[in-house]
Design a protein around this ligand. Sequence first.
Ligand code: FEO
Ligand code: CA
Ligand code: CA
Ligand code: CA
Length: 601
Amino acid sequence: FAYWGASHGALDFEPIESVAATVDDLNVPAGYGWSPIVRWGDPLFNDAPEFDPRNQTPEAQAKQFGFNNDYLDIIPDADGTTGVLVCNHEYTNENLMFPANQRADLEHTAAVAIAAHGMAVVEITRDGAGKPWTYVRGGARNRRITADTPFTVDGPAAGSDLLKTVADPEGKTVLGTQNNCSGGVTPWGTVLSGEENIQNVLSGTETMENTRYGLPTEPPERRWDLVDPRWDGNNEGYENEVNRFGYVVEIDPSDPSSTPVKHTALGRFKHEGANVYVAGDGTVVAYSGDDERFEYLYKFVAEDKYVEGDRAHNMTLLSSGDLYVAKFTGNSEGEIDGSGRRPADGVFDGKGEWLPLVVDGESKVEGMAVDEVLVFTRLASDKAGATKMDRPEDVEPNPHTGKVYVACTNNTKRGEPGKAGADEANPRTNNRDGHVIELTEDDPNSAGTTFQWDILMVCGDPAKDSTAYFAGFPTDKVSPISCPDNLAFDSQGNLWISTDGAPSTIGFNDGLFRVELTGENRGRTQQFLSVPQDAETCGPVIHDKDDMVYVSVQHPGEDGSFEEPRSYFPDYVLPTREGEGQFGFARPSVVQVFPVKKGKD
Ligand code: FEO
Ligand code: CA
Ligand code: CA
Ligand code: CA
């Protein structure tokens, strides 16, 4: 963004202190202020109804900003005063969204919740670079993607029998994208988004494959099947509906009439997200984690190369290529005792291998055809012998170096009877606080099948946990951190991490942290913000050349209810009596943080 980027390109801030779990505030460093850009229920179109949470309808919700914003990107246009905001609406908290009398009407709550899921594209505008944004109601690019939005299925599994239903006998068009967690913007300006915990809305017949994907055999509590039978695969003709979710989707935020795509070539699992890296020779790779305990890390290598400026060509790159799954081998394996204590050589590190699943259009997994590998990818990876990881969430290549960072958020079940024990890449049993792996491809163009790896940080509160490790940086000079989830990079190549899991883990509210990766301060971890009570910090976007930081604040006050809120974020309007036109509870919101002259605004 050099064309409108302001000054120095490094955010100066004094790290904030860890914030106690009872604080219902968004805390930012001294000299910074914050404001919401767009909140759950904000009307996106000129004909969208005003937000009226006591009388919400599916029709209104489909034209308003959805619930639980997760993945976020802010994509400015050339002059930096207009742009688009893109985000995922991952899931719903019915206890926060509906009064108690409505919560008993499952058909009503399901219909509204269906419209509150999906994605949003929202135009934004501001007075000048470095100034805060406002969203544009009725913006020409505004779009809600809901369960009614058609997606084209592409890649080798498109049209497979495994994807056919009575409503789509060709197996090539799916309505909607669900439970989208994280994502990434591509170098060609589209957005990737990962379909993750689809078992929250889908159920299926009792099969080995559905069991492996954690899909229930009875409709889950949200009961979407009451609105549309396809959400329950026990309904005749919809047995394969479950196989049509769990993909990486690609949308073009510049064209609200475009048809988004589900890329089967990247496999089907609980995709946290996907992030693309273009190597020096134009090789395009995409990395993705399967966010569940003991699941795997994946790499896709596109068949064709990136062509600068040829957007139509680049938008085909994720349709065809090779899919691999990671195997990690430590060089101190025998010394790992599960405590998180570092081995004799001082580092958790070793070599890795990308095990082939599909190469040159052919299955590399015995007994499975290509479409089976791509639809039942977890089973293929089991057979390949991949390494079971501690919930790989965001997997993000550093655009400055090509090194790949893997947020393993936690895994409290590692080492339990019958489960995998600690290994050098997942060195703690009962891994409550998580860790971050740094992966270096041996091939400078990232297409190869071997890599080196080390653990950048073993998370925790160093004051209470002597195994917390920050790449050797003095642990009395870092901010405590737990459950790394979403990753981003600033213009200087620093890693930014937002967390999900506190306060139940280390007792502090979730937050956003900057980690330096090179030089004498490698490993220095400083907290930039914390989110309100019960909330999760998602989708960080760091535009440090513009002195702006953006986060999605997901599920504030999650453990409360419509009647008994635990958060009033972001408007902090206290409860008023019904009919007075105000409401006193939290709204998940996208927030911008920016420098102010003195103190907080
Ligand atoms: Fe939706 Fe992986 O967190
Ligand atoms: Ca996540
Ligand atoms: Ca080692
Ligand atoms: Ca999460």
